[in-house]
Design a binder for this molecule. Structure first.
Ligand code: HEC
Length: 179
């Protein structure tokens, strides 16, 4: 388990050459019905403070008392420094860019990565590529799980009130990624 999990994350963090899958479709307009996605987001196992679903895809862990896992908290911060200028606070979307809290639920994990790594253009509507930006790439799983939690309404808008501690594994991976 541990090996698979680390490999998944490692591959996700460093792989900047995924093939471009052309798609003009926006998932952001599709409303999210959380009950239809509970299996996809359910925590299957935890490894060093990082939570995974049964397909080894990172997911969030939100407790009823409002505590979120470190990655979700970190994703909140990273999203608001790198993405919210276009996509609006809390992943809610703007007149300019889609409501990506919905996209994070509807899109396949790898498709989500692909758009962020390679960017996408649809006429005048341009999503920049971030594949060469470590401030995004080293935290893209964080941003992804944060947006997924928002799309599922598992965390409220705004800064999460309580968070789990940052684990040694997360610290090590961050240091390795940021160089
Ligand atoms: C300069 C503005 C801008 C910034 C900054 C930006 N985006 Fe986007 N993004 C867009 C636009 C515009 C689109 C829609 C592109 C299209 O029409 O194909 C988009 C589309 C997307 C999509 C596809 C949504 C869907 O439903 O198909 C994802 C995922 C996405 N952005 C993620 C991110 C993430 C994550 C960040 C921060 C790391 C980010 N974006 C930062 C402008 C931006």
């Amino acid at each position: 388990m541990m090996r698979t999990a680390s490999q998944t994350l490692f591959a996700a963090a460093v792989c900047v050459t995924l093939p471009v899958v052309a798609s003009a479709q926006s998932w952001s307009d599709q409303p999210v019905k959380p009950a239809e996605h509970t299996d996809e987001v359910a925590v299957s196992y935890e490894d060093g403070g990082i939570y995974y679903n049964e397909d080894d895809i990172p997911t969030y862990n939100a407790s009823e008392d409002g505590t979120v896992d470190w990655m979700t908290f970190s994703g909140f911060r990273r999203y608001h420094s790198e993405c919210h200028v276009c996509h609006g606070p809390d992943g809610e979307g703007s007149t300019y860019a889609p409501k990506i809290k919905n996209s994070a639920v509807h899109m396949d994990y790898y498709d989500f990565y692909d758009v962020v790594v390679n960017g996408r253009q649809n006429g005048n509507s341009v999503m920049p590529h971030f594949g060469d930006n470590p401030n995004v790439m080293c935290y893209l799983n964080d941003i992804y799980v944060y947006l997924k939690a928002r799309g599922m309404d598992a965390v409220p808008r705004g800064r999460p009130a309580k968070k789990e501690a940052k684990s040694d594994l997360i610290r090590e991976m961050e240091d390795a990624c940021m160089g």
